[in-house]
Design a protein around this ligand. Sequence first.
Ligand code: HEM
Length: 88
Amino acid sequence: MSKEDFDKGAFKTPGLRSVTLSAPFMRDGSEPTLESVIEFYGRGGDVEKNRSSFITKLELCVQEKEDLLEFLQALEGEPIVVTLPQLP
Ligand code: HEM
């Protein structure tokens, strides 16, 4: 991370492969379901401080929310196996 003020509150964008298998979501587990993640994006997120002007309310209709959910579900495959690194 750059330590620049501009980057405060920014996080690495995670891959979404098999995201269905790793609830709860977000780095702090604050979203229990993919439906609630979609609601979160729909309202433009929860934190205003340092938020990019590109992030705005999506105002999704019911069909769009269902389509996004199906898209995320379609990314399910083999569970991703992570090997923990050996800490010094
Ligand atoms: C409707 C559009 C979007 C959907 C459906 C979506 C979906 C998701 C999901 C399901 C996660 C949780 C991943 C996990 O916990 O393993 C996530 C996290 C994340 N997404 Fe998105 N995303 C969208 C738009 C965006 C956009 C536009 C950006 C960047 C400009 C973005 C950046 C991120 C970041 C940084 C995280 C990690 C946040 C954290 O861990 O707290 N996403 N997204």
